[in-house]
Ligand binder design. Structure first.
Ligand SMILES: [Zn+2]
Ligand SMILES: [Zn+2]
Length: 903
């Protein structure tokens, strides 16, 4: 009898706590309003045995031992090995094992770090968190290298990853078996995570190649990109992905209530209110969420679904839409690089899978966007996604590797190898690929003219050549090396460096001038890159034209005309293969070797001295005669590329080598100590003279395998001559091609070559067998003649003003432009590219589908959505970079004509 009141009181007390707990829990948020688990964890009773097996080790630990793997302090992934300094960027240098959890083993030299061994952590960093609490972070400081080594904090990274994996495995074991002991463990882990988050400092780990570990200036959000409280970078790393899944899996377990009873506080409330919601709010404090590390928006949706906070689903999904529509150009390409495109789209796929099928709670209408979601279908909401997904494949190499542009790793395969290649372009991003051939004879000459919008290189008018199975003239691409300044520099690219200076970066957008994907087999592209060299006063010309001319099913050569006007030193640069060793031969004998390139005193002040310093072991010759050089593969001198330089003015030729970096490895597998182990050939043709110096560089590339197929490339005189008119004769077998390239404007003057070809226009190609003309190609011209043969057209291009820009997306029946100019109706112009010049002088290209007459106006119907919203005098870009441009849009549609003899 005497015991009864006590038992009764105890029961009542428990019930009281339970009631209290549930009351607070409800007030904490809305999570009690949804059925958990909310997310699909893909686990069921059939998985019980495997799930239990997976958690044996952690279950064998005491609770306290297990919880010691939830780090109390901020972690770091960056820690150099003080023995060898191997790897890159101090990034993930050490291996770690749960069997020896307080040790680190260097992946590069095998050095074993232990807390009481060599390199003790005796230096102190004091850190004060947002609560005003101060504590010490201990680390080892290397006086000689001036490097800080946070070994224990790096161990924390590994412990943190381990406990996350265990927590998820325990959650799965609980879902599969319903056994409370598993839920108990997850509850403990989450409770400890919430506790550590409360006290965590905001730490900054910026700086390359030696990362630092500093207390952030502000402990309040928004955090800078290289800082974080829960993660190490923001906003991408700040949301507790992993923890949200654990929470969802055990949400229904009474173990959370039991733990609340033991702790004396509502554990669910604490996890949601003091851990999950603050991370969401910290992330949302960052202004823009158009980000290549976008997966966190999917995590935000998962969190919002689990804690039943629909406003965060709407917030995240709005930003997901912005990444698609405002992060990509009108061609669907993410604004940074092919590699970052795929990083972003893979994150977006995660976001889509989090959002798909989502329905708002009954009666919910979002306060910000005024919408409610019922069975959300991201791909229907964002139709542009269909174009975005694989946009970079347009310019991929035939091998299936992404085109190496900006920060893109070499040999990143997406989408598989191709059997056939044609000319393609990403006109919004700014990158054209002249292409042809099937099987082993696929070939590309790519011209890059994009802007600089993140992860970019200083590379306007860069050219690459992919042929005979190899990237023969390369872009080094992405590296995390100590000489990243070199791999992103103007000097490491195939272009003309002006005044030994770097291109200045943004705004660097190039202007497409013309694109002819296939005119009876010949293709051509031309772009202007002046904007990128805005730092060179008076530079009024910086243009490159590439022309790909086939000679057989297997072979083609590329003509490259680069004109520069401005500055006083012009260095035409060419770098060979970055994947393999190559041998170099040059028709003009090299002089005494120079250790590195001289930089003229007159331009020294703004010169890219450090990057020129990477050009080594140079042979030097002065010449005013054409010459040729070859880059071939060792052991196979009949495989490589021959370069003909049609110099006709005094030039200094330097032939040497520069670091190719790629072969030091990819990502964290790379090793900085190998930077100077791998080289690529580098050819520099320097012209100098008083500013403004004018140069026209005319080169021909002959990629060959087994047999060189060109018998000669020589300049041919033109009357009347002009410094920016060049002509050449290219001989192959019984054929001779005469090629004339001018920079003339209409009405085009007649240019007559010494071998009897007359051109009025920009580019003319005449192919003869003996004296017989067998083919003629005329680009942007009115007349091309040779003997009795004549190719004449009325106009080299159509021009006009755009008065309206209908879009299907805005309810029009087609995507196109309206103009008062007269163009031939029907499909005569199908396949031609129209170039629009906006009010700010930027140009963009669009493919013509057909020409219609509508109410006395001409409608240029396009094959793609131009993404322009024209209203009055304002043109707004619907897609990235969403500029608003004042002024009239004019257009030019350059035309080509060709005639082939029936042989
Ligand atoms: Zn080491
Ligand atoms: Zn590059």
């Amino acid at each position: 009898m005497g015991l009864l009141p006590h038992i009764l009181r105890s029961v009542l007390l428990s019930a009281g706590i339970l009631l209290l707990v549930q009351g607070i829990s409800h007030a904490a948020g809305n999570s009690a309003g949804v059925k958990h688990p909310v997310l699909n964890h893909g686990v069921g009773p059939a998985d019980a045995a495997a799930c239990e097996q997976a958690v044996q080790r952690v279950m064998a630990m005491s609770e306290e031992e297990m919880l010691s793997y939830v780090p109390e302090r901020h972690f770091t992934r960056f820690c150099h090995c003080p023995e060898c300094f191997g790897g890159v960027d101090a990034d993930l240098i050490f291996d770690w094992s749960i069997d020896r959890p307080d040790e680190l083993k260097c992946r590069f030299c095998g050095f074993l770090w232990t807390p009481d061994g060599k390199y003790p952590e005796t230096t102190e960093l004091l850190a004060t968190n947002s609560l005003g609490e101060t504590r010490a972070y201990m680390y080892y400081y290397d006086e000689e290298h001036k490097t800080s080594h946070h070994f224990s904090r790096h161990i924390d990274l590994h412990k943190r990853e381990w406990i996350h994996a265990q927590g998820r495995a325990l959650g799965r074991a609980f879902l599969a078996t319903g056994k409370p002991e598993y839920a108990r463990r997850v509850a403990l882990i989450l409770d400890r995570m919430a506790e550590t988050y409360r006290h965590m400092e905001v730490i900054k780990v910026g700086g390359t190649p030696n990362r630092y570990f500093k207390v952030a200036d502000s402990q309040q959000p928004p955090y800078t990109w290289d800082a974080g409280r829960w993660g190490w970078h923001s906003p991408g790393g700040e949301l507790p992905s992993g923890a949200i899944e654990m929470y969802d899996m055990i949400y229904n377990s009474p173990e959370l209530d039991r733990l609340a009873g033991q702790r004396g506080y509502d554990v669910r409330e604490r996890i949601e209110r003091e851990f999950f919601l603050p991370t969401l709010e910290a992330v949302a404090a960052t202004k823009s969420h158009v980000d290549n590390y976008v997966a966190y928006l999917g995590t935000a949706i998962n969190m919002a679904r689990v804690i039943n906070e629909p406003k965060w689903v709407h917030w995240a999904f709005r930003w997901i839409g912005e990444n698609v529509n405002a992060g990509c150009f009108y061609d669907g390409m993410w604004h940074e690089s092919p590699a970052y495109h795929y990083m972003t789209t893979s994150g977006l796929r995660h976001c889509f899978s989090s959002a798909v099928g989502y329905t708002d709670p009954p009666g919910y209408v979002d306060e910000v966007d005024g919408r409610r979601y019922e069975d959300l279908k991201p791909e229907v909401e964002l139709p542009f996604w269909a174009k975005v997904q694989d946009a970079p494949l347009a310019i991929s190499y035939p091998s299936g590797d992404l085109a190496v542009v900006h920060d893109t790793w070499a040999k990143q395969k997406v989408g598989g190898a191709r059997t056939q290649t044609v000319s393609t372009i990403l006109p919004g991003f700014g990158h054209a690929s002249l292409g042809r051939g099937t099987g082993a004879h696929q070939m590309q000459a790519q011209l890059h003219f994009s802007g600089a919008y993140g992860h970019s290189h200083r590379d306007a008018l860069q050219m690459t050549l992919w042929a005979k199975g190899k990237e023969m003239l390369c872009d080094v691409g992405y590296t995390w090396s100590d000489i990243r300044y070199w791999t992103t520099s103007t000097i490491s690219h195939n272009l003309v460096a002006v005044d030994c200076a770097e291109q200045k970066g943004s705004p660097a957008d190039g202007d497409l001038l013309s694109f002819f994907p296939d005119v009876n087999g010949v293709s051509m592209v031309e772009a202007d890159g002046r904007r990128a060299y805005g730092n060179i006063g008076g530079l009024d010309r910086y243009r490159r034209l590439l022309l790909m001319v086939p000679v057989s099913a297997a072979d083609a050569y590329v003509v490259d005309v680069f004109v520069v006007n401005g500055g006083s030193v012009h260095d035409w640069m060419l770098h060979g293969d970055a994947d393999e060793d190559t041998e170099v031969r040059c028709s003009i004998a090299g002089g005494e070797p120079l250790p590195t390139m001289p930089i003229p005193e007159s331009v020294a002040a703004a010169a890219s001295t450090q990057c020129y310093g990477e050009l080594r072991d140079l042979r030097h010759t002065a010449t005013s005669e054409p010459f040729d050089a070859e880059f071939t593969y060792p052991g196979d001198r009949d495989h490589g590329v021959r370069i003909y330089m049609l110099t006709s003015t005094e030039a200094e030729v330097y032939l040497g080598r520069s670091p190719s970096v790629r072969r030091t490895g990819t990502g964290t597998n790379a090793d900085n100590r190998k930077i100077y182990d791998f080289w690529m050939p580098t050819l520099v043709v320097r012209r100098s003279g008083p500013a403004p110096l004018s140069s026209v560089y005319t080169a021909v590339y002959e990629p060959f395998e087994r047999e060189r197929f060109l018998d000669g490339v020589e300049p041919v005189a033109v009357t009347p001559a002009s410094p920016d008119v060049c002509a050449m004769r290219v001989t192959h077998g019984e054929y001779t091609d005469t090629i004339v390239v001018t920079h003339d404007q209409p009405p085009y003057p007649e240019r007559l070559t010494a071998d009897g070809v007359s051109l009025q226009g920009r580019v003319g190609v005449v192919r003869r067998r003996g004296e017989t003309v067998v083919g003629t190609w005329l680009f942007e011209g009115t007349d091309l003649r040779c003997g009795q043969n004549r190719l004449a057209v009325e106009a080299g291009s159509f021009t006009g003003e755009i008065t309206a820009a209908p879009r299907i997306a805005e309810g029009a029946e087609c995507d196109g432009f309206l103009t008062a100019a007269k163009l031939p109706p029907g499909e005569v112009l199908k396949g031609a590219w129209v170039i629009v010049t906006h009010g700010n002088g930027f140009t963009h290209g669009y493919p013509i589908e057909r020409i219609d007459e509508v109410n006395g106006m001409t409608r240029i119907v396009l094959g793609i959505d131009h993404g322009l919203h024209v209203e009055g005098s304002t043109t707004r870009e619907v897609y990235f970079p969403r500029r608003s441009i004042e002024g009239v849009n004019t257009f030019r549609a350059p035309l080509a004509a060709s005639a082939m003899a029936v042989e």
